[in-house]
Write a protein that binds this ligand. Structure first.
Ligand code: ATP
Ligand code: MG
Length: 407
């Protein structure tokens, strides 16, 4: 391996003046946490940048990990040399060799002399470094406008830094730097993606899942635990609130308003989530709603459902197509879990024709007639169990039984 360091570039939060330090610290803490299994690696802050000194640790593995850190926009492997011409040329040639250019790969050298006592100007260095590379690698072609590989050579007094590849990372804001929200997590494809995109915006999320024993199985609950675990693996830790929803849900079946049942259930979920949010000091609720996807996600439905909470309702997927959502689910590693068959409490008692246009006046009137509803909601909150999942945890559910019931 020829690389000595990894250069990490921050995401868009660098624009945010005063908060910068706070954001940088949050990234630093997370990188520190994730690099614990690699004791050779150490973090350095220099010239307003973050470097990982590899200390012999496998750089590809580290890149795979760092790419997923919220707030990091890109990663570049770096070769360090003494700030001397011969050493720089030798290192640059080796660097290009490691990059293994293919036939027709275009490149340019982009040298920057920061240390003014270095005897060659930036311009001279472009040629002094570029020529031996071209001699060594006959397949390379120079392209100064849009090269495949832009070899950057930064000459400072302590050392020269050579880097080229810019590997895109997830970007966004460091975890938890934009407050906390309650995430309504079902076992479907959408809500885990909504959770992850929220986390990438710097939101800390706590998951809330509603289950209806005995109508939904233990397996369905375990599946949600596994999904929350995937999120915990990115977040470090993740709280999961499991809300017993059977009583609340069955109370709605007594209203004889079949087409409105989903509307009632969604509103009850929001009420419960709002109470949990108060308890946990969260300032918003996130859902996996996507406009028009199902009856409860039409605009009139969202309107009536949303009135059940005064907290901001964040719907990160609202304007996304299912295909785009599936793509993200695959990259964040939730898709394969999400497509396992399961029963959601909302798919039970589902009417043949759920309304796409609930009447807010009727909804409120029927809810008011359910005298026991506020008490059932209170009990659901009281009987909520909370788990705290930590990154890397494994859950051992009885695999064979799961498969038998699922397939
Ligand atoms: P998903 O793939 O997230 O399940 P979906 O397309 O199946 O979404 P719905 O079942 O209508 O959509 O649910 C819409 C949103 O309501 C979900 O994205 C989720 O935020 C929330 N939700 C649904 N069921 C539950 C549940 N059992 N527990 C917690 N939240 C839920
Ligand atoms: Mg669902």
């Amino acid at each position: 391996m020829i690389y000595d360091m990894l250069l990490l570039r921050f995401g868009e939060f660098t624009l945010k003046g005063k908060n910068r330090t706070r954001f940088e610290k949050a990234v630093l803490t997370q990188v520190h946490q994730l690099l614990k299994p690699y004791p050779g690696a150490s973090i350095k802050r220099e010239y307003g940048r973050l470097y990982i000194d590899l200390g012999g640790e496998p750089y590809q593995e580290l890149i795979q990990i760092l790419k997923k850190v919220f707030g990091i926009a890109s990663v570049s492997p770096v070769k360090m040399t003494p700030p001397e011409l011969d050493a720089i040329i030798a290192a640059a040639v080796a660097f290009v060799g490691e990059y293994a250019p293919r036939e027709g790969t275009t490149f340019k050298v982009n040298a920057r002399r920061v240390w003014k006592e270095f005897p060659h100007s930036s311009q001279e260095m472009n040629h002094l470094v570029g020529s031996p590379i071209l001699r060594q690698f006959g397949t390379l072609k120079v392209n100064v406008r849009e090269p495949d590989l832009e070899l950057r050579v930064e000459i400072r007094q302590q050392a020269a830094y050579i880097f080229g590849e810019v590997i895109p990372a997830v970007g966004g804001f460091p975890l938890g730097t934009n407050g906390k929200a309650m995430m309504l997590l079902s076992g479907g494809i959408d809500s885990p993606v909504a959770a992850w995109t929220s986390m990438r915006r710097g939101l800390e999320v706590e998951c809330v899942h509603f289950y209806s024993f005995p109508f939904t199985s233990q397996r369905a609950k375990e599946k949600v635990i596994e999904l929350a675990q995937v999120l915990a693996d990115s977040a470090g830790t993740m709280k999961l609130h499991l809300v017993p929803f059977t009583e609340v849900q069955t109370s709605f079946t007594r209203t004889n308003q079949d087409s409105l049942i989903i509307t009632f259930m969604r509103r009850a979920m929001l009420r419960i989530a709002t109470m949990l949010a108060e308890r946990e000091k969260a300032l918003a609720i996130v859902t996996g709603d996507s406009l028009g996807q199902v009856a409860s996600q039409t605009l009139p439905s969202m309107n009536v459902i949303g009135k059940a909470t005064t907290l901001p309702l964040l719907r990160p997927l609202v304007m996304m197509d299912k295909n785009e959502i599936i793509e993200i689910a695959k990259t964040i590693g939730t898709y394969d879990l999400s497509i396992l068959p399961y029963e959601d409490c909302c798919t039970l008692f589902v009417p043949k024709s759920p309304t796409t246009n609930p009447n807010p006046w009727i909804v409120e009137k029927v809810e008011a007639s359910l005298r026991e509803l506020p008490e059932l909601i209170r009990q659901a909150v009281e009987n909520t169990e909370t788990m705290t999942l930590t990154a890397g945890e494994k859950h051992h559910f009885s695999e064979e039984v799961i498969n038998e019931e699922w397939f």
